[in-house]
Design a protein around this ligand. Structure first.
Ligand code: PXG
Length: 479
């Protein structure tokens, strides 16, 4: 029934295939009633969605009983892997005891208190106070309001502009999508909101031209300085960035980049918001991307890996410097019904306990990440691959028709990436494409044997994609 992986069967229990309607019927109902995010709905309706029914470890099973290697950890979030009964029990216990209570009107509850303490302990520096959100997007909306409120409380109400980066991703709400630099998102629904600005990303492979990576990293960081000068320092509240861009294609900045940005933020009194929604909780090989990349944020946005995706939860982890002012000035008129949801907090606590006590983050960073990097780097010799990058357990391949010149394809961006992604799905490997970059972010619990299997499937997918790209006459560089 399942596809042979060459590995021991990762399932400890039989795959349940009989508990749902036939695939075609499910696809029909999906097309009729379910609107998918970031999807051309009617095109998907014609093709039919792949329906996932079951998961264990790093393996998914679809409605036809086929096993897929999930090299994306769901959506960059299932850090602990699928099927951890301890998280199920934590949720069930909490639902029985206190399924919901709010934290608005001078009340609190044990899971929120314990999780806030744990996050303060894990987070670097003086990031000691926590505002709970439901997701990464509404976390970044919290941050917009909090930093503007902070500066107003400091007697500088004109410091409202927040600078983000083109091709950065911070979520899908009006505020978060405005902070992000996805032009396809800005073109729908009247974005960006006022007082948001953007600078260019540190993508040396794609945009570095003849510069060395070092010089390019410095130049891209200094765009922040130039933007602050152009806007006026007294207008700029904060700079927001992912320590390593995820949704933008796993863009690993040159080493010179973050130290220079940190210098600029410090010298110009600009708050630094690190969006750790993907990078947090072990993804980069340490607990937070800020540690891996050496930055000292004033606020960190976290979500996804905080619960390993088992239930939704997000948080803004805030420095004492900001939180003390916000707490003192009066009411902060902001919050969500599900801020600090007890079930989310209970699952997060159990998830963080396991990541910590089982040494999952430690092992991922010191053993699995170097092994994955070595194997992933071996794909750089493939004729379709220009650059292989990997930080911790997030990696990308830049596809190119001509390695030496780092050329882009003449075909529309994403045409070749999509072909490679289709071949990858055909080989039962979930590997995404972002334009013409292939990206992975497997669960932290992936084993060395499973890494080998991932690489075998990725290479096979690249081979098949190359064949098709050549056959369709697409192996042509843009002029
Ligand atoms: N910040 C970052 C850095 C993210 O990656 C968000 C904020 C928003 O989080 P929520 O929980 O509101 O989705 C994200 C989300 C993709 C993809 O295609 C990436 C995300 C979400 C959906 C798709 O890579 N990241």
């Amino acid at each position: 029934m399942g596809v042979k992986t060459g590995l021991p069967d990762p399932f400890e229990r039989p795959v349940m295939l009989q508990n749902h309607r036939p695939t075609a019927e499910l696809q029909q109902l999906d097309a009729a009633h379910h609107m998918h995010p970031f999807t051309h709905g009617s095109a998907l309706g014609k093709k039919g969605a792949r329906i996932i029914t079951d998961a264990q470890g790093i393996w998914l099973t679809d409605s036809e009983g086929v096993q897929l290697l999930d090299a994306m950890a769901g959506l960059w979030c299932v850090n602990i892997g699928y099927g951890r009964e301890e998280l199920v029990q934590a949720a069930a216990r909490q639902m029985r005891q206190l399924p919901f209570y709010n934290t608005f009107f001078q009340t609190s509850h044990v899971p929120a208190i314990m999780l806030a303490e744990k996050l303060a302990e894990l987070a670097p520096g003086d990031l000691n106070q926590v505002f709970f959100n439901g997701s990464g997007s509404d976390g970044n909306d919290t941050n917009i309001r909090m930093v503007r409120h902070y500066w107003a409380a400091m007697g500088k109400p004109e410091k409202t502009v927040i600078i983000g980066r083109w091709n950065g991703y911070h979520g899908s709400t009006m505020g978060a999508a405005s902070l992000g630099g996805m032009k396809g998102m800005h073109s729908q629904g009247g974005l960006p909101i006022p007082d948001i600005a953007h600078i260019n990303q540190p993508d040396w492979w794609g945009e570095g031209g003849d510069m060395t990576p070092h010089d390019f990293g410095i130049a891209r960081a200094r765009e922040l300085e130039a933007k602050i000068d152009a806007l006026g320092e007294d207008r700029v509240a904060a700079f927001i960035a992912e320590p390593v861009q995820g949704a933008g294609g796993v863009i690993v900045p040159p080493e010179s980049y973050w130290p220079e940005l940190q210098r600029i933020c410090d010298e110009r009194d600009i708050l630094l918001i690190a969006d750790e929604v993907i990078c947090g909780f072990g993804r980069t090989g340490k607990w937070f991307g800020s540690e891996t990349m050496g930055l000292k944020p004033d606020i960190m946005t976290v979500a996804k890996g905080i619960t390993s995706g088992y239930v939704p939860l997000g948080a803004s982890i805030v420095s004492d410097r900001i939180a003390d002012v916000v707490n003192d000035i009066g009411d902060f008129n902001h919050g969500y019904t599900y801020s600090g949801h007890p079930v989310g907090c209970a699952v997060a606590l159990e998830n963080l306990r396991l990541l910590d006590e089982e040494g999952i983050v430690e092992l991922a960073g010191t053993v699995i990440a170097p092994y994955l990097k070595k194997q992933w780097d071996s794909l750089a010799d493939h004729p379709l691959v220009g650059e292989a990058s990997m930080v911790g357990l997030m990696g990308s391949l830049a596809l190119t028709p001509h390695k030496e010149s780092r050329a882009k394809f003449a075909a529309d961006a994403g045409t070749v990436g999509y072909i490679c992604r289709e071949r990858s799905f055909a080989n039962n490997l979930i590997m995404r494409h972002v334009g013409d970059r292939m990206v992975i972010s497997p669960p932290l619990v992936i084993t060395e044997g499973e890494v080998d299997e991932l690489i075998i499937r990725a290479r096979r997918s690249l081979d098949e994609a190359l064949e098709r790209v050549k056959a369709e006459g697409l192996m042509v560089a843009a002029s």
